[in-house]
Design a protein around this ligand. Structure first.
Ligand code: ADP
Ligand code: MG
Length: 593
């Protein structure tokens, strides 16, 4: 950083001066920003009594030259800007040279610092209304600034401060705001002797979220990284059901400078749309990087607002980026029952909106009524395989497609087609590999009419198809005759089904023989399986699940789609608002705790 000098009058008038110090948090904010500007990679904030008693901010940045110490607490003294051009593209957090002077005017200030180029440290002690004193200091490097007795000589302003608890919270928020954006810098926040925040420098988004908020949110984090026409949007969002009851954890910044902008909040909330319950808000930290000449940080006395050219199109972009990130994510939900992880099939906003709106209130009520009347298989089925170690109870089927199971710690939903397809595929593959494929001779061979190219192609494949259970031979004209199929096809071995199967076989294209055979086994499994729309009795459901539990790779159908989704009790509780700090508060209130 260059030398500190007092700004010329001409520059002073360009800077919208304002009252900087409102409360302890505004001091902390200024001191953190100074540490950033000094290139610090580690910042520690310590407060006592909400900061009204003491605030200490220490950093490992460049330090201040001894000769600059008395100047930097004068009004309009800064090392950060010196020309009109500098003000037009401000890359530092500070630029008005006001903060230290304003703090020195309302509180006692002690600066311990050692500049990286100086051998000796300096201590400056400034007491309100007195000349500052400068002595040697034993500080190793960087700067430590201690602020005490805030507003001591200004009872009117002291009276306007909140309780120490509330002031602490506001300081905590300032630290969180910066820490959620600047993952390159390590932060420590100590309140009345207790460490509240402690995160090392150079963390990934996930590591930072883990340090700040714990595993729940870190697991639900989605990284955002987008760049277009000189605009970079990066940071993270957190996928539902994780959310907040207020906007307190929607962090936005422009070029790493925290800002508050209702329109940005709104854009992100709209992107979440119906993924969040009414009254719930997203958790996110999004930084928008644009060319500095397009940013005017100089519009608000405490720099809370930043004016950016083309902000309207940036807001539209942010909404799109967040929506895409939410649509594209793949959830990994834990399945205690099945002792492994399954891919959660995520419904996009629009799909979800569609299903929700297609159910009238009456229909929803009917569903609830019916659910309680479902005939449940008496007794539970215990399965003693390794994979399916738990006990489940069949609840029934919904949409003639999804099977519902009640398990120890939640609800398991199984896609009947995907599940059956996996079972049949594994069975067929075993039979083919061991050379013991079970084949059914058709009582009446089926004649298929094909175009000449298709017919040629299929006839070229007769050998392979034969090993897979399909006996095919030439017939007159453009026809072929099928006289046997794998047994699993059963009644499905009809003309229409076989035509559809032939079409899909012709679609496979050229692959290695082994892959080709595997593809046909998959197709056969798909055509042989229980379909969507087919109704199943609870006994059939139970048998299917028991079969599935014995199958390797049971969490996906053989085309990679998930076959099982689990909603844990914990997740259900969260979605129904039975979990989290609000529930605890409600509980305590109810029991007068
Ligand atoms: P500004 O940040 O707008 O320049 P301040 O009053 O906040 O004004 O600080 C005045 C000057 O003191 C800064 O320009 C900088 O040179 C120096 N300074 C303040 N805090 C630090 C720090 N933590 N490390 C190094 N230099 C600092
Ligand atoms: Mg500053």
């Amino acid at each position: 950083m260059s030398r500190v000098r007092v700004l010329k009058e001409e520059l002073v008038s360009l800077i919208s001066a304002g009252e900087v110090i409102e409360n302890p948090a505004s001091i902390v904010k200024e001191l953190i920003e100074n540490a950033f500007d000094a290139g610090a990679s580690q910042i520690e904030v310590e407060i006592r009594e909400g900061g009204i008693d003491t605030i200490v901010v220490s950093d490992n940045g460049s330090g201040i030259l001894r000769d600059d110490c008395p100047i930097c607490i004068l009004r309009y003294s800064t090392s950060k800007v010196s020309t009109r051009e500098d003000i037009e593209a401000i890359s530092t957090y500070g630029f008005r040279g006001e903060a230290l002077a304003s703090i020195a005017a309302v509180a006692n200030l002690k600066i311990d610092t050692r500049h990286k180029d100086e051998e000796l440290g300096t201590q400056l002690v400034s007491r309100v209304g007195e000349e500052p004193i400068i002595i040697d200091s034993a500080r190793p490097h960087g700067t430590r600034i201690e602020v005490t007795d805030l507003f001591k000589r200004m009872p009117a302003r002291l009276k306007h401060l909140d309780s120490a608890t509330r002031e602490s919270q506001i300081v905590h928020e300032i630290v969180m705001k910066h820490a959620s954006i600047r993952h390159d810098v390590g932060f420590r926040f100590i309140r009345d002797g207790s460490i509240i925040v402690d995160c090392p420098p150079l963390q990934s988004s996930r590591e930072r979220v883990l340090s700040l908020w714990g595993t729940e949110l870190a697991k639900a984090l989605i990284d955002i990284q987008y760049s277009e026409a000189g605009i970079i949007i990066h940071g993270f969002i957190v996928r539902p059901p994780a959310s907040r009851g207020n906007r307190g954890r929607e962090y936005f910044s422009i070029c790493s400078r925290p800002i508050e902008d209702r329109r940005l909040s709104q854009a992100v909330e709209e992107a979440y749309s119906t993924l969040l319950m009414k009254g719930r808000f997203p958790i996110c930290a999004i930084d928008i990087e644009v060319d500095l000449t397009r940013v005017d940080a100089n519009v608000h006395p405490t720099k809370r607002e930043v004016r950016v050219q083309e902000i309207d199109s940036i807001i539209v972009l942010v909404k799109r980026v967040v929506r895409d990130a939410l649509t594209g994510y793949q959830d990994h939900a834990e399945t205690g029952l099945l002792g492994d992880y399954v891919e959660e099939d995520l419904t996009t906003t629009t799909e979800r909106e569609k299903t929700e709106s297609s159910l009238t209130t009456q229909a929803r009520l009917d569903l609830v009524e019916e659910a309680s009347l479902l005939d449940i298989i008496p007794g539970s089925v215990a399965v003693d395989t390794d994979a399916l170690s738990g006990v489940f109870r069949v609840i029934g089927q919904t949409q003639n497609l999804y099977l519902l199971l009640d398990v120890d710690d939640g609800l398991v939903i199984v896609d009947q087609h995907a599940a059956h397809e996996r079972i049949v595929y594994e069975r067929l593959r075993k039979e083919v590999n061991s050379g013991r494929l079970i084949v059914q001779e058709l009582l009446e061979p089926i004649v298929l009419k094909l175009d000449s190219t298709s017919r040629e192609k299929i006839l070229e494949l007769t050998d392979i198809l034969e090993t897979l259970g399909y006996s095919i031979s030439e017939f007159g004209g453009n026809e072929i005759i099928v006289s046997s199929t794998p047994e699993v096809l059963g009644q499905r071995a009809s003309e229409d089904e076989l035509i559809a199967l032939v079409d899909r076989i012709l679609d496979i294209g050229s692959t290695a023989k082994e892959q080709f055979m595997d593809d046909i086994v998959r197709l056969t499994a798909c055509h042989s399986s229980i379909r969507a729309g087919q109704s199943l009795s609870n006994r059939e459901i139970r048998d299917l699940i028991v079969e599935l539990a014995k199958t390797p790779n049971m969490y996906n159908c053989c085309h990679g789609r998930p076959s099982i989704v689990k909603l844990t009790r914990k997740e259900l509780d969260k979605r129904f608002g039975r979990d989290g700090p609000e529930a605890i508060t409600r509980y305590k209130a109810r029991h007068r705790m």
